[in-house]
Design a binder for this molecule. Sequence first.
Ligand code: GN1
Ligand code: MG
Length: 362
Amino acid sequence: MEEKDLKHIVSQFEIEGEVSEVKPLGNGLINTTYKVSTVGSAPDYVLQNVNNAIFPDVKMLMDNIVAVTGHIRKKYEAAGETDIDRKVLNFVKAKDGKYFYLHEGKYWRIMVFIPDTVSQTAVTPESSRIVGETFGNFQAMLADIPVQLGETIKDFHNMEFRLQQLREAVAENKAGRLAEVQWLVDELEKRADEMCKGERLHREGKLAKRICHCDTKVDNILFDKDGKVLCVIDLDTVMPNFIFSDFGDFLRSAANTGAEDDKNLDNVNFNMDIFRAFTEGYLKSARCFLTPLEIENLPYAATLFPYMQTVRFLADYINGDTYYKTQYADHNLVRSKAQFKLLQSAEAKMPEMTAFIAEQLA
Ligand code: GN1
Ligand code: MG
């Protein structure tokens, strides 16, 4: 999109200052993001096109986000927290009072840019401990939000649903790619019942949904220059879910010694130092509200997310790459194999995870 059109969109929002430039920012797989720079002392902004093929109800999505950021801001204010503008996102209204602007069929939103932040793709045990505590707090702070949040993507982390999508992809074999990946489909099917345990426990009334972030990967956290966590970003998927989501999805990216799409599977292993540090931090802030069943299933959560992501990448590969942005022809297959390797490594470490958690609680 041309810069002059982007500037036109920006001009529809109640921002301060005069815009000097609008340039691409970040590497999300779903939304498209730009940095809006302004002249002089006015803040800079982040402009985003919300992918409404994936998030069909942008109004619900923005209502969720405004409720969540507002609730967190109030908690920080009440607690006398300093530097709040760097610890929670601040969305700006459009001139018509809505938190989004519809331009030629696309939805746009704008938030204040937080300067001097660092994103990390790899994390250290020290930062993981803090991140664990941050997510535990995030869930704890949202436990008493007075509004009912909507599901911005229906069945987003519903394992039964994700498997059903894979099974449909397999049945249709639209891109003719099934034969080469049948082995991986078989591996996933072997684990299917066990991995759908969360939904079963929920039906039995034993496991509740709480407000979760649902995309807790490392690049969705802003750190300051000293490596301290500032805030959680990318709130589109904040919705009611099992707490396994935030715990497991963070470890899926942070405890991977390789890349999400590593071609060299020897690079990919589940890092127990990160697991231990993150879990320690998480239990510190979340222990007070977690049930014994939730705690007992944290190692399951650590395997569930590499599993779910393998299922999702593989279904997309079989369908001919219609969901995730890809950079080369078999990118989704490479991603699937890397996530599967991570799953196997995490599975092997489950007894060690269980023992560590028991020690923490003793
Ligand atoms: C997507 O847009 P991004 O990269 O933050 C996806 C997550 C996946 C992730 C895998 C809405 O997140 O669920 O875990 O890619 N988000 C959506 O990298 O599908
Ligand atoms: Mg993201």
